[in-house]
Design a protein around this ligand. Structure first.
Ligand SMILES: Nc1ncnc2c1ncn2[C@@H]1O[C@H](COP(=O)(O)OP(=O)(O)O)[C@@H](O)[C@H]1O
Ligand SMILES: [Mg+2]
Length: 360
């Protein structure tokens, strides 16, 4: 198996520098996701790893092998794209066989490996069909078989689930995860869908305009975002402007008191903080509501507000609460907890350990 090393990589289109001086390591056997909004450079990086784009500078290695100047067909990669990219005039079996033929694999071996690959993705009974006679999900299963049949050292996937409807997307997602783990193939997966990234990945690189904003496991990125951008992109987050009373040095994870309007709020610092404006990040599911004037426990700050909206979702209920200065806060509680109607005065409870204070 193979790790991937990206070393001081810069990628440009003409005068436009999309990726600048990037370092990145994908571990052997890892399911690694490039996540970020449209236009942030995910496809550009993936295509450069594949060898379709030559970098302006920097190196790419697979394990110890420097592949920067190696053409795509010699990198031993399997690929999957959003638009299937199957040959319409070839049968399913011929599509899957294509990469093996190109490698001059003996005929008998091609036949048995194609059959095995189609069986792995549950498409063995469709071998003689043409792609035009398949559903989107079936085409993507064929594309997966085609990517895996060559026994690639690296699997590269660019939004392979985006064109599928929800139910199929979940099914193909599971097939990809099962096969990737079973075969232990080092995988780089591109998506703009944060839930997909959380569900599938060993680690995620969250992109922001060509840079990596944060790199970590799904739970690290969700639970300890490094910035309001990261918190906001991954899952729902309340991003509140607060004031730091005085410049205070301290370690990440130490508690700090900040001002949210006239209320003081206790949280954990994530970054260096200067006096003045900063941000508090709190996930809706970490906040609780009490009737105004209720008794607040230890380690929790209470912020007064008025419910402007309540939504019942069956398994959850959500409230939107407006503070005196107009700031709105979203909360999400289990459906069995007490609900509050629009107009009721409440206290929003912020647990210190789930209230993150950061500079930007
Ligand atoms: N072939 C190209 N020529 C010039 N600019 C491009 C080309 N492909 C992408 N870009 C630009 O590079 C940036 C990153 O694009 P891309 O890697 O496709 O982003 P993503 O996959 O994250 O949506 C965008 O600003 C895009 O317009
Ligand atoms: Mg893209």
């Amino acid at each position: 198996m193979t790790s991937i090393h990206v070393d001081r990589l810069t990628i440009t289109y003409g005068d436009n520098t999309v990726i600048s001086d990037m370092d990145l390591t994908v571990r052997d056997g890892e399911f690694f996701t490039l996540l970020g909004p449209s236009g942030c450079g995910k496809t550009t990086l993936l295509r450069t790893i594949a060898g379709f784009i030559a970098p302006a500078s920097g190196r790419i290695s697979f394990g110890d092998r420097d592949v920067t100047d190696v053409p795509t067909h010699r990198r031993n990669i399997g690929m999957m794209f959003q638009d299937y990219a199957l040959f319409p005039d070839k049968t399913v079996a011929a599509n899957v066989a294509y990469g093996l033929k190109a490698r001059k694999t003996p005929r008998a071996e091609i036949a048995s490996r194609v059959a095995e690959a189609l069986e792995r993705v549950g498409m063995e009974s469709f071998a003689s069909r043409h792609p035009g006679a398949l559903s989107g999900g079936q085409r993507q299963r064929v594309a997966l078989a085609r990517a895996l049949v060559i026994r690639p050292s690296v699997l590269l996937m660019d939004e392979p689930l985006s064109a599928l409807d929800t139910k199929l997307r979940l099914q193909i997602r599971e097939s990809i995860m099962d096969l990737q783990r079973e075969l232990g193939i080092t995988t780089v997966f591109v998506t703009h869908d944060q839930e997909e990234a959380l569900a599938m990945s060993d680690r995620i690189a969250l992109f922001r305009a060509g840079d990596i904003e944060q790199l970590g496991s799904p739970s690290e990125i969700y639970r300890v975002p490094v910035s309001s951008y990261a918190a906001d992109f991954i899952g729902a987050a309340n991003v509140l402007r607060v004031t730091v009373p005085a410049a205070s040095a301290g370690e990440a994870g130490e508690s700090i008191t900040v001002a949210l309007g006239n209320t003081s709020l206790r949280g954990l610092r994530r970054t260096e903080l200067a006096a003045g404006e900063a941000f508090v990040i709190a996930r809706p599911e970490h906040l609780r509501l009490l009737p105004a004037g209720g008794i607040v426990g230890e380690g929790v700050s209470a912020v007064a507000g008025e419910v402007v909206r309540q939504q019942y979702l069956g398994h959850r209920q959500q409230h939107r609460v407006r503070l005196a200065d107009g700031t709105e806060i979203e909360t999400s509680e289990s459906a069995s907890s007490r609900g509050f109607a629009a107009g009721e005065r409440v206290a929003v409870l912020f647990p210190e350990h789930e209230t993150l204070v950061m500079a930007s």
